[in-house]
Design a binder for this molecule. Structure first.
Ligand SMILES: Cc1cc2nc3c(=O)[nH]c(=O)nc-3n(C[C@H](O)[C@H](O)[C@H](O)COP(=O)(O)O)c2cc1C
Length: 348
């Protein structure tokens, strides 16, 4: 089973909490994480594209580096780990992104791929005047299809003349091409349409992990069914939040401490309830909101042995080819995971 890391391109990683490690994103932090990941034996790193934060006391995700630029830096500073940057389609033209990708393919000697983000959070794009309009939500995967076809033509043939509904190429050229005449694509749409798109054009499909593995099983089976229709080999990568300690109790206590510090103002933004008066909310409602402090990414909390056993269970799910980890304290956890969890995993 492949293992990857969703690296901390935004402040505080994936915990909207006043009690979790507080940090700004920086090249130094991501570089240290990448070097530790490579040494530990992780197969890949992915950075997201996030253009507008959630605010709150922790200024959650108000601070984010740019994904391609960061991965280009990491490409030059690593030797064997695979690297994925994310593109939010409304923000950049496909011919430019194809060229950026073939450049990072060169820097990394063929270790680079792209996460295709069709784009759903309107404010990220409208703030810079590039939201295509209301029609986009409905049509975004049709738009993504033309976008990806253009890039794939440029990589394979060095030229695209595609005349589509959304793009018109006019003898558009690209050279030098990437090493293999292609660049791997990953996608993270959770809808059936998103998965169909990945089954047609992607190499890996990300799904959001849940504590109930039957939900993961069901989501993976949707991708497997879509890939059977296209006859392509597309692996599922599952996203999990890993919190480890020497004992289950110590890990649970750490997790509870993070949850107790939930940044409710930032969570309100996430759940689309910015106007809500939390001072007047019931204890039940507050507890409910606190649950979302880790953006509802499935949590695996426990000792090293507990986590290794759980990941082995995930590896058994049909269609699953890997797990992408989110950590609390990145450089430290990356090392600890490599030293204490990987050796216990039967699936490795
Ligand atoms: C692992 C993973 C990575 C993602 N990366 C990004 C990202 O970088 N930027 C972003 O705006 N959305 C990101 N998303 C959201 C997806 O691109 C997608 O829009 C979302 O899961 C909803 O699915 P749908 O588009 O099929 O409705 C990510 C989701 C997952 C699970």
């Amino acid at each position: 089973m492949d293992l990857g890391i969703f690296i901390p391109i935004g402040n505080n990683g994936w915990m909207m909490s006043k009690n979790s490690p507080q940090y700004m994103p920086s090249f130094a932090l991501n570089h240290e994480t990448a070097v530790n990941a490579e040494e530990a034996g992780f197969e890949f790193l992915l950075s997201m594209v996030k253009l507008r934060g959630f605010g709150g006391d922790t200024e959650f995700w108000d601070h984010n580096l740019e994904s391609f630029t960061l991965m280009a830096g990491l490409a030059a500073a690593t030797n064997k780990i695979n690297l994925f940057a994310s593109v939010a389609l409304p923000t950049m033209e496909p011919a430019m992104v194809a060229r950026m990708a073939s450049t990072i393919d060169d820097i990394s000697d063929g270790r680079f791929g792209i996460n295709i983000v069709s784009g759903w959070n309107q404010i990220e794009y409208s703030q810079m005047g590039v939201w295509p309009g209301d029609w986009y939500l409905e049509k975004r995967y049709d738009y993504a299809t033309e976008y990806v076809k253009i890039m794939q033509e440029l990589w394979a043939d060095g030229v695209s003349d595609l005349k589509g509904e959304y793009f018109e190429m006019d003898d558009c050229r690209l050279s030098p091409p990437p090493r293999d005449g292609k660049v791997p694509l990953v996608c993270a749409g959770q809808s059936d349409r998103g998965m169909e798109f990945c089954a047609e054009y992607g190499d890996f499909q990300f799904i959001i992990g849940t504590e109930d593995l039957d939900v993961v099983r069901n989501d993976a089976s949707r991708l497997v069914a879509a890939a059977e229709k296209t006859g392509r080999d597309v692996g599922v990568y599952v996203l999990f939040q890993i919190t480890m300690a020497d004992t289950d109790e110590a890990a649970e206590a750490k997790w509870q401490h993070y949850k107790d510090g939930a940044d409710l103002e930032a969570i309100k933004f996430l759940i689309g309830a910015a106007e809500m008066d939390t001072a007047g909310a019931t204890a039940e409602k507050i507890a409910d909101m606190q649950q979302a402090f880790n953006l509802n990414i499935g949590a695996i909390v426990g000792s090293h042995a507990t986590i290794a056993a759980r990941l082995d269970e995930v590896a058994e799910i049909p269609g699953v080819k890997g797990v992408m980890c989110v950590f609390d304290d990145y450089p430290v956890a990356t090392k600890e995971f490599g030293e204490k969890i990987m050796p216990l995993m039967a699936s490795r």
